[in-house]
Design a binder for this molecule. Structure first.
Ligand code: ZN
Length: 86
C-alpha cells in the first residue's frame, strides 16, 4: 500500500518537474522510506520533500530546504552536492 503511494508520487514528480514537490501528508512512512539522506533525519507529516540527486545513487527524497533546484537540468540536487566544485 505505502509503496504504491510512493511510486505514484515519484511519477507525478517526474511529470511535473520543478513542480514535483511532494507533501508528506500523502502518507510516506518510516516503513516505506529510508528517511532523509541529506540530514539523516526522518520525514514528518506535512513537510515538503523533493526528489533530488546527491552523493547517493539515483534520486532520493530529501527535505525541500536541503535541496537546490537547477534550472538547466530541471532537477533538484542536494545542497552540499550542488555547491561542490566540479
Ligand atoms: Zn532532511
Amino acid at each position: 500500500m505505502a509503496e504504491r503511494i510512493v511510486a505514484a508520487v515519484a511519477e507525478i514528480a517526474h511529470i511535473e518537474g520543478d513542480k514535483g514537490k511532494t507533501l508528506l501528508a500523502l502518507g510516506i512512512r518510516d516503513s516505506s522510506a529510508e528517511g532523509c539522506p541529506a540530514c539523516k533525519g526522518k520525514f514528518t507529516l506535512g513537510e515538503t520533500v523533493v526528489l533530488a540527486c546527491g552523493p547517493w545513487e539515483g534520486m532520493k527524497y530529501i527535505h525541500e530546504s536541503e535541496a537546490v533546484f537547477d534550472k538547466k537540468t530541471a532537477m533538484y540536487y542536494e545542497r552540499r552536492c550542488y555547491q561542490a566544485p566540479k
